[in-house]
Ligand binder design. Structure first.
Ligand SMILES: [Zn+2]
Length: 284
């Protein structure tokens, strides 16, 4: 058809051929995603892990990437910050009989895993999903057929956000990206909230400490007042005692000459009284 001596191929003929090629490439690319690690491009070997965007990796390849941060497609891996961002998948191997059959028919044992619920082969023709909580991988068909609040394989409870579609199309990956961002923001906010609570706790603690300090200060001050009061009262008692009971006359330490200066002395009592004009009660 064309190019055989003057005939020019029509545009739609060329375009159709190109489209077919693209479709073939896409098919091959899709098939490869289910067979090879998205980092090392080696055959997928357990332990197989998946990220929040539903790609499949060999765990050792991810560990190597995390250590070196080097991979041919590292721009696609920036969302993997550490091993916590990955889930180890629980895959159901294809029964041995089936594996032999496919070896015979295809000439290669390409796909090793199936859905544990409905038995579909995980070969890229059907959608598969994993549960983030437990890592079990089941087909979308099983999830749609068996409506359940728990993992279909191990009965662990899950919410809708825990379901990650494996090797999804562009729209699905976009959705997974959005969900990942929301999830991570939530974690960040939660951390921030906890930090604020902790900070508040420590500030409250400090305030309490300060209050108790105030208390102790107040306590000491009242104590001092009381002691002062006690001291004053004891002093006054002493002075009272002194004024009431002490007398020079009875003091055995005072000399007779010293005692004679006072009106209480016998010599003073016997002294002749002075004239009334010059009378001074102090000297009578
Ligand atoms: Zn499970």
């Amino acid at each position: 058809m064309g190019c055989d001596g003057g005939t020019i191929p029509r545009r739609d003929e060329l375009v159709r051929i190109k489209k077919k090629k693209e479709a073939k490439d896409k098919e091959a690319e899709m098939a490869a995603k289910w067979k090879y690690c998205a980092i090392s491009s080696k055959d997928l070997q357990p332990p197989i892990v998946s990220c929040e965007l539903g790609r499949l990796y060999n765990k050792d390849a991810v560990i190597e990437y995390l250590l070196n941060k080097e991979a041919p497609n590292s721009s696609l891996l920036s969302h993997i910050r550490n091993l916590k961002d990955l889930v180890t998948l629980r895959l159901t191997p294809k029964p041995k009989d089936d594996q032999n059959k496919s070896t015979e028919s295809n000439g290669a044992n390409e796909y090793k895993y199936v859905c544990p619920i409905v038995g579909l082969e995980m070969n890229g023709n059907y959608k598969f999903m994993y549960f983030r909580q437990c890592g079990c991988v089941v087909s979308e068909r099983a999830i749609k057929e068996v409506k359940s609040q728990v993992c279909l394989s191990c009965n662990k409870p899950f919410i809708e956000d825990d379901l990650i579609v494996l090797n999804g199309d562009d729209d699905e990956i976009e959705d997974l990206k959005n969900r990942m961002t929301i999830r991570r923001n939530k974690v960040k906010e939660e951390k921030k909230r906890k930090r604020t609570i902790n900070n508040e706790d420590s500030t409250n603690g400090k305030a309490k400490m300060a209050k108790s300090d105030e208390h102790s200060v107040a306590g000491t001050s009242t104590d001092t007042t009381t002691t002062t009061v006690v001291k004053t009262s004891s002093l006054s008692v002493l002075s009272e005692k002194a004024s009431k009971k002490y007398s020079v006359k009875k003091d055995p330490n005072a000399t007779e000459a010293y005692k004679s200066l006072f009106t209480s002395h016998d010599s003073a009592k016997n002294r002749p009284k002075a004239h009334w004009v010059t009378f001074n009660p102090c000297y009578n």
